[in-house]
Ligand binder design. Structure first.
Ligand code: NDP
Ligand code: MG
Length: 380
């Protein structure tokens, strides 16, 4: 059970919903961080009175320091300050809600201090999952997933003492805004189309990842790392309604699922209250009025990103870091209107072909693979 939290990425979609949960549960907030959202983080600092507020953008941090001069909140700028926010002594839990691989070092720093990691930042596990899980085991730090699918699985494996009893994890996938389209139809979709997710309101990067199905590919890798399972034991099923959040099939044929309305505050709250359960003030799921629940196979021809992620997962080593780094840059180019929708899988595949894979990598080798993949996308 968490009492005092630090939120990395407090101004984003997960960060703001975490503050909602913190307010409702009466948790103390020791540190908050963002990249450059000065006004939003100032508001948050005035409301939650953290000891530390961080902006990684130095100029924005100077502005924030001036704005918060009348408060007791200390303001720091730059990337190293993120490490300080991840390790504030009074926080028992660090919510990793930054977007992208930038979350890796702060997560490792928090693990070293034996904080509970409420993990939303999936890119970190995709790039360096084995390293992160080994570090958590060595330090005795708990990693509690916030991603709705992985939280569902985490809830379904409570009470399972022997992981060999798990036959398969089944991740559900909404299918995104382009579900049912052919490869050619998908290629005509614009940024505005991609940013319209049918069921969830999220930050722009993950929303585009949901449209390409790269998000599900990253989640397959995230699940493999969290539960130390091979790709053959992690499957994906399309479930348009986002009510069954994922399932676990056991070797005796029992299939356990976690259901709920599509609201990230439920997995966020569970990451705070685990192993107990808190009280949710929102309306619960009503089975009599919810839409019929349907399931279908994903289309890897129309959405090659899922296949690319599964291939990287099979190859292992730095392949997933290369996949992720290339995807982060390609999505950034897509959001800047510089490339089309199908250029995302094309650039990722090209980076994968170009950058050599190192097996059993060190942290430095992972960071180097990430850098090389980004360079492959952006051109030398
Ligand atoms: P948002 O884009 O909404 O928020 C990102 C947060 O990270 C903001 O606080 C942003 O600050 C900060 N940030 C961005 N870039 C940097 C950087 N270079 N250095 C430091 N801080 C940075 O993202 P989401 O909340 O949607 O997603 C966060 C993470 O959670 C992602 O890994 C995503 O995959 C995962 N996730 C999200 C879900 C959701 O429902 N949104 C569901 C499941 C997982 P600023 O405001 O200043 O830009
Ligand atoms: Mg998810």
């Amino acid at each position: 059970m968490s009492h005092t939290i630090s939120i990395l990425g407090s101004t984003g979609s997960i960060g703001r919903q975490t503050l909602d949960v913190a307010e409702q549960m009466g948790l103390r907030v020791a540190a908050i961080t963002a990249n450059s959202s000065v006004e939003r983080i100032e508001e948050q600092a005035r409301q939650f009175k953290p000891r530390l507020a961080v902006l990684t953008d130095e100029a924005a941090a100077k502005d924030l320091a001036a704005r918060l001069a009348d408060t007791d909140t200390r303001v720091l700028g730059g990337f190293d300050a993120l490490l300080e926010a991840a390790t504030v002594p009074e926080a028992d839990t660090v919510v990793t809600a930054v977007v992208g691989m930038v979350g890796l070092k702060p997560t490792l720093a928090a693990i070293k201090e034996k904080k509970r990691i409420a993990l939303a930042n999936k890119e970190t596990l995709v790039c360096a999952g084995e390293l992160v899980m080994d570090a958590a085991d060595a330090a005795g730090a708990e990693i509690v997933p916030v991603d709705s699918e992985h939280s569902a699985i985490f809830q379904c494996v409570q009470g399972c003492a022997d992981r060999r009893e798990i036959k398969r994890l089944i991740l559900t996938c909404s299918g995104g805004p382009f579900y049912g389209m052919t490869y050619d139809e998908v290629g005509k979709m614009t940024k505005a189309d991609a940013l319209k997710h049918p069921n969830w309101k999220m930050g722009p990067k993950i929303t585009v990842d949901c449209a390409t199905l790269m998000n599900k590919g990253l989640e397959v890798i995230e699940a493999m790392r969290l539960y130390r399972l091979p790709l053959e034991q992690v499957s994906v099923v399309i479930h348009r309604q986002s009510i069954v959040h994922s399932l676990v099939e056991y070797r005796d044929g029992a299939v356990l699922a976690q259901l709920g309305t599509p609201d990230m505050r439920l997995p966020i709250r569970y990451a705070m209250t685990y192993p107990e359960r808190g009280v949710n003030p929102a309306e619960p799921l009503d089975l009599l009025t919810c839409p019929p629940l349907t399931f279908a196979a994903p289309d890897r021809e129309a959405f090659p990103c899922l296949r690319l992620a599964e291939e990287a997962a099979t190859q292992g080593g730095t392949a997933c870091a290369i996949l992720n780094g290339a995807n982060e840059e390609a999505v950034r180019l897509f959001l800047a209107d510089k490339i089309g929708f199908h250029d995302i899988p094309r650039l990722v595949a090209e980076a994968r072909a170009k950058v050599p894979v190192v097996q059993s990598p060190t942290l430095e080798e992972i960071l180097e693979a990430d850098r090389a993949a980004r360079q492959a996308v952006l051109g030398d």
